[in-house]
Ligand binder design. Structure first.
Ligand SMILES: Cc1cc2nc3c(=O)[nH]c(=O)nc-3n(C[C@H](O)[C@H](O)[C@H](O)COP(=O)(O)O)c2cc1C
Length: 327
């Protein structure tokens, strides 16, 4: 399938793996890219720019295909050295950067000068337009369903994607709630040129996370995510667990008086303990509603091949048949 995104990024299939904290290591990024999609290393999971340089070099050894690095500008407890991370990305020969959180104006000139394609992930049409205005090459439109930070507008992709299509001139991919061939064909029907998946890629054999995390997603339904940190205007969609219940209880008790410190223990620094140690109730971790559509743990190649084969079937049989049936 050729789209503006496959052409722009020089990839075979219009499928991107979004940056994921303590999930997006070289093993996953390379597996997705080797399967013809675009894999992504999560920049800030690497504790220092030097560590990121090492991870990029490892990924370069594992694939000859293009892969991306995610740079997230979200409120963090201590601010990272972004210029040094950007330097590691440029010197590592990375071809694509996924930015998220605040708009990437501060780093964009350096990335563009190095010939890097920048995809900004955002949760509203106004932020997508801003990304277009400042010179991003594409956007990843992240609906309310998404795992991670859906923003504060709460617009699901059934509305957000056609709205983005109406307003944007640069290409965009759908993100949030995407899992299979139906997601891809629907996204394309709504004007996107591909799709970005997070939660779905956690349940692949190559995702270097604890088996218990994968099993928890497979066992979960679409009813099992919760929104936390809404009163702090830093909303995150997470899989429900004991820590999430604690956070929600504190949010209810403190109301508008809540401070980040009140929930710090359950949300800060918990990712390595969950993703690597498999300590499932130690803290809150991002997960999309799409968990309800994740029923297995294939390889990245099996997943991407299945999506592309079934997408072809939907277009060739179901959609074309409907036209022929009414002709
Ligand atoms: C465990 C997890 C960690 C994530 N970490 C990040 C991150 O560090 N930076 C970022 O931009 N997005 C992050 N995301 C969001 C994903 O890149 C992607 O936008 C999102 O998962 C799409 O929604 P889906 O899970 O429904 O596919 C994370 C998502 C998950 C599930």
């Amino acid at each position: 399938m050729k789209t503006k995104i496959t052409e722009m990024l020089n990839i075979e299939h219009p499928i991107i793996q979004g940056g994921m904290h303590y999930v997006g290591f070289a093993e996953l990024a390379a597996a997705v890219s080797n399967a013809g999609g675009l894999g992504t290393i999560t920049g800030l999971t690497q504790k220092t720019p030097k560590d990121l340089a090492t991870e990029i070099s490892k990924c370069n050894d594992m694939t000859e295909k293009p892969f991306a690095v995610n740079l997230t500008f979200l409120p963090t407890v201590t601010s990272p050295d972004y210029p040094a991370y950007v330097k590691a990305i440029i010197e590592g020969g990375v071809k694509v950067v996924e930015t998220a959180g605040r708009n990437p104006a501060q780093v964009l000139p350096y990335l563009k000068d190095a010939g890097i394609k920048v995809i900004h992930k955002c949760t509203s049409v106004r932020h997508a337009l801003k990304a277009q205005d400042i010179g991003c090459d594409a956007v990843s439109v992240d609906g309310f369903e998404c795992g991670g930070h859906p923003g504060e507008d709460d617009i699901p992709n059934m509305i957000l994607l056609p709205r983005a299509a109406d307003e944007l001139e640069i290409p965009f991919v759908s993100s949030g709630g995407q899992a299979d061939a139906r997601s891809l064909v629907a996204s394309i029907a709504m004007g996107a040129d591909g799709m970005n998946m997070g939660t779905r890629f956690m349940c692949t054999t190559e995702a270097p996370i604890h088996q218990r995390v994968k099993d928890a997603i497979v066992a979960a339904s679409e009813l099992d995510t919760r929104l936390i940190m809404r009163p702090l205007r830093n909303t995150e969609r997470v899989l429900n667990n004991k820590a999430v219940e604690r956070v929600l209880a504190v949010e209810k008790e403190k109301g508008s008086e809540i401070q980040f410190e009140d929930i710090l223990e359950d949300v800060a620094g918990v990712y390595p303990k969950v993703m690597i140690d498999g300590d499932m109730d130690i803290g809150a971790w991002s997960c999309g509603m799409v968990a309800g559509l994740v029923h297995d743990i294939p390889t990245c190649k099996e997943l991407i091949d299945r999506i592309m084969a079934e997408a072809e079937q939907i277009i060739e049989s179901r959609l074309k048949y409907m036209l022929e049936a009414t002709a």
